[in-house]
Design a protein. Sequence first.
Length: 188
Amino acid sequence: MLTDLTLLVLNAVASFITTLLLARFYMQWARVSFRNQLGHFVIQTTDWAVLPARRIVPAVFGLDMATFTVAWLIQVLLILLGALMHGMIGADGLIVLALLRGLIEVARLSVWFLIIALLISSVLSWVAPGNPLGGMLGALTRPFLHPIQRVMPPIANVDLSPLVLILLLQIVLYLIDAASRQLFGLLL
């Protein structure tokens, strides 16, 4: 029981840090300004890991792979720590399993991050259209919404593309979970 509670707390902390790293990754990818309160928070809470990693991991096609790699490694370490705490540290292929599972967890957290950003952005666009957080989240989600908006224009000045994207992201989550079950069902 104590092991499970410890892992619950570690998972919450690791997921929070990974989500901040993913926010930094997506903000840089979408060229969203960090000159706001949330941007400063993301930078200050992730610099401790990203700056040293940038010395080792180069950018690829303009993507900050150091930030992504740190997010992935945090999830891998969490999985290995969980295996250690459950006495599975000598299991065959544990490292490969942890590397694959870490990538899947980063993908899952990425999708959840986008869903939450879409929800907050949509609500803020209705409730407080001038809110700086809404503008930042709108800029962050715009590259994902734009292809849908080209196909599906607003209906009576109501943009339904966030709902369509959330539905598509839920399908992606379902596929990630199904692939995870298939892959790890075969490996175990």
